[in-house]
Design a binder for this molecule. Structure first.
Ligand code: GLA
Length: 733
């Protein structure tokens, strides 16, 4: 059983294969967090200590007991205003203007299966999977109530024993007699009474996303987040807490990943008694959500996992969770088609024939799909106009969309198309007809970014109108792939139809999800790739609707090694759109061998982003071979267990590996990042093999023992040439 409740001890214990999570209801009805980590037995209540601490107040019910303080005890869902002065999960502004909420235990229920959340993405577990008692997915709901106002917080826990994942979510219900306002809402909180920790976060910028930063947790509060209306290039909505000695292969570590695509915050605080609090949820700024009597508000979900075997295992738990319990649809398990995208091939400068020629050349080298990127609709020859006008520019294409698709399908190629549904250009028919559909503040000049404005997706009629326009396009022919882009951050957040502007950012994301859900239901076979100027909205929320996301607008293979390294901490390779592009690279001007560009792009959802017509016969032949190679390895890459073998931020090589479940096949990829004359040899240790098995490396024909490959590793070639890359394919004998 994943969830146990001991009524006499008032204990709740959640168990996965390798982890335990425990909390208890104390004598006053508070819900205290006791433990999360390696699997343990027994009541962890003994961890709680009680001393009379100065300036740490006591709940009224504690009477003369001055040793009981919310400011010291570990909380499951801390609220502002009840004597805990650390960062809270919930701030409520009551009808009388006070900020207080005193949540006490009311009831609980356990049910089989994973809870879902209305209108929000969430981890799911297939109902039809028959699992034994131990591995059955279960949900625990604990209802907490503030007796004074009637506000309830329903804490939900989803337990997926097999993959060591526990999810958390909270629903706030107003069962009181007056409207209240929610000013801060976090989905998960972990309090640690003991331990030193490092915090690992993933910062970045456009075209250089998800760079790992590791720092020691110290006194004070460290906060990451986004106020951009998207999860953002700047901070990914995921963070890891690791003991200082934890590395890739050993040591305790915990993570939180937010299943949400809008503004978020993650905080880690070390308090006055060296205790640590980790907390994640909705962005606080510009959030003020009115909750009417009988209304409910759902916070998005947080995925938590713990590993005592280091960061690689932690990431593997997240990869499995996202691949099997977040991603949906036809392409959840199916190998995605190799595509060529027109963006870096032609930018805005194309017509129907350009796309057809690209498809023809792609066909010749074994690519399966051509994607027509930005520029095919409205008046759109640059990025100053046209967004919102989702009608085909037949004059520019020189044909109808339907006939172009037919021609492309006619040569045995699939067709995909780019859209940016959340946006409007001021120079567009849509904006001229509905200026109030854009987020702008009356009386102020709006902040423009890429010269475009954001549509008010918190309004259903706006979502409906754009949905209909996009469906009309998708119905024009056999469109098998859609790239859903989003190319600016929200600003001027003001909706023309509400008095409560503090709800607009949340409602915007709900509108986006509603659109994507409807699209997925109407076109179940459509492969949707998420994108936001590359990886500006790379999160578990989007992956519920789009099984892959364009990882970065940066296609430089060497930068990509770092970007994909950082991304791999929280997300599987199948989620990362990665393309081979032209050299010199359009973002960095660097020239890298074609083989290296392929090796790097094969660590993701593989494709191309260049004018194939400009390649030499030799290069075309190389691409043919790379595509054959990719097909051979595709299911291993998409479904295999992923290991980081180096840290490209500091090491001379970038190295990673995928191994199949049975450990009979492994693909090791290496990119040489540094070049010296008369260089020392680099060695790479292989991971996750069977120590007692012999392996054949297919390309060299050499044999190795699994134990040797894992204990000491392989010497890498020292040969002339910059940024060389190698793939080694091991098969057990
Ligand atoms: C964004 C995307 C690119 C491309 C352009 C088109 O920047 O990340 O891949 O689609 O938009 O305008």
């Amino acid at each position: 059983m994943a969830i146990r409740h001991d009524i006499a001890e008032k204990l709740f214990t959640l168990e996965t294969k390798n982890t335990s999570y425990q909390m208890k209801v104390d004598d006053y009805g508070f819900l205290l967090h006791l433990y999360y980590g390696e699997k343990i037995e027994g009541n962890m209540d003994y961890l709680l200590t009680y001393y009379d601490r100065g300036f740490c107040g006591n709940p009224y019910d504690a009477g003369t007991d001055r040793t009981y303080s919310m400011d010291v005890l570990p909380q499951e869902f801390p609220c502002l205003g009840n004597g805990d002065y650390r960062t809270p999960a919930l701030i409520i502004k009551n009808a009388d203007g006070s900020y207080s909420c005193d949540l006490r235990y009311k009831s609980y229920r356990v049910f089989s299966g994973k809870y879902g959340i209305d209108g929000l993405p969430a981890v799911y577990a297939d109902e039809d999977t028959v699992l034994d008692d131990e591995n059955r997915v279960e949900t625990l709901e604990i209802v907490m109530e503030d007796a004074c106002t009637g506000i309830q917080a329903v804490l939900k826990y989803g337990v997926l024993p097999e993959i060591d994942v526990i999810t958390r979510q909270v629903q706030i219900r107003n069962y009181g007699k007056t409207e209240v306002s929610i000013e801060k809402l976090q989905s998960a909180c972990l309090d640690f009474v003991t331990g030193d920790y490092d915090l690992l976060t993933f910062h970045g910028r456009h075209a250089m996303e998800r760079n790992l930063q590791r720092e020691a947790v110290a006194h004070g509060c460290k906060k990451i987040g986004s106020m951009r209306g998207t999860s953002s290039h700047q901070y990914n909505p995921m963070m890891i807490l690791a003991e200082p000695q934890t590395n890739e292969d050993a040591g305790n570590c915990y993570s939180m990943s937010f299943v949400y695509s809008g503004g978020f915050q993650g905080e880690v605080e070390q308090d006055q008694f060296n205790q640590t609090r980790m907390i994640m949820g909705l962005q606080e700024e510009m959030f003020s959500y009115p909750l009417d009597v009988q209304d409910v508000l759902d916070a998005p979900e947080v995925i938590m996992t713990f590993s005592k075997n280091g960061l690689n295992k932690l990431s593997q738990n997240l990869h499995t969770c996202i691949r099997n319990h977040i991603c949906r649809g036809k392409y959840k398990n199916e190998i995605r088609p190799i595509l060529v995208n027109s963006w870096e091939a032609a930018y805005f400068d194309f017509n129907g024939d350009t796309i057809y020629q690209l498809a023809k050349q792609a066909k010749e080298v074994g690519v399966e799909m051509v994607v027509m990127d930005d520029g095919w609709f409205g008046k759109r020859d640059d990025d100053y106009s046209g967004l919102g006008d989702w009608f085909v520019n037949e004059k520019k294409l020189g044909c109808s969309l339907g006939s172009l698709i037919e021609k492309i399908n006619g040569i045995g190629m699939k067709f995909g198309i780019w859209v940016e549904p959340e946006m409007v250009s001021m120079d567009s028919d849509l904006y001229r007809a509905h200026p109030d559909w854009a987020l702008t503040i009356p009386g102020r000049n709006p902040n423009r970014s890429r010269y475009q404005l954001v549509l008010d997706f918190s309004r259903k009629e706006v979502v409906d109108a754009i949905y209909n326009d996009i469906c009309k396009v998708l119905d024009m022919g056999n469109i098998e792939y859609l790239k859903w882009d989003m190319n600016r951050s929200l600003a001027d957040v003001y909706s023309a139809v509400t008095d409560n502007q503090g709800k607009v950012m949340y409602d915007y994301v709900m509108g986006l999800y509603d659109f994507l859900e409807r699209l997925g239901n109407r076109y179940p076979d459509l492969l949707i790739e998420g994108c936001s100027g590359g990886g500006g909205r790379f999160d578990a929320g989007m992956l519920y609707y789009t099984p892959q996301i364009w990882c970065s607008d940066n296609t430089d293979a060497i930068n990509r090694v770092e970007i994909q390294y950082g991304t791999s901490f929280g997300y599987p390779t199948s989620a990362m759109g990665a393309h081979v592009s032209a050299v010199p690279n359009h973002q960095t001007g660097r020239t890298v061998p074609l083989c290296t560009r392929s090796v790097v792009a094969m660590a993701g959802s593989f494709g191309y982003e260049l004018d194939l017509g400009k390649l030499s016969e030799g290069e075309k032949e190389e691409i043919r071979q790379e595509n054959r190679k990719f097909r051979k390895y595709a299911s291993l890459i998409q479904q295999g267990i992923y290991y980081r073998l180096s840290n490209p931020q500091t090491d001379a090589v970038g190295a990673w590996e995928v191994v199949n479940e049975e450990k009979t096949e492994a693909l090791v990829s290496v990119v040489m990042l540094e070049k010296y004359a008369n260089a020392a040899v680099s060695y790479v240790k292989v991971k996750g093999l069977r120590a007692d098995a012999q392996y054949l490396e297919e390309n060299s024909g050499k044999r190795y023992s699994g134990s040797a490959l894992m204990a000491i590793g392989l010497p890498l070639p020292v040969e002339p040439g910059e940024y060389l890359a190698y793939q080694m394919h091991f098969i057990s004998l």
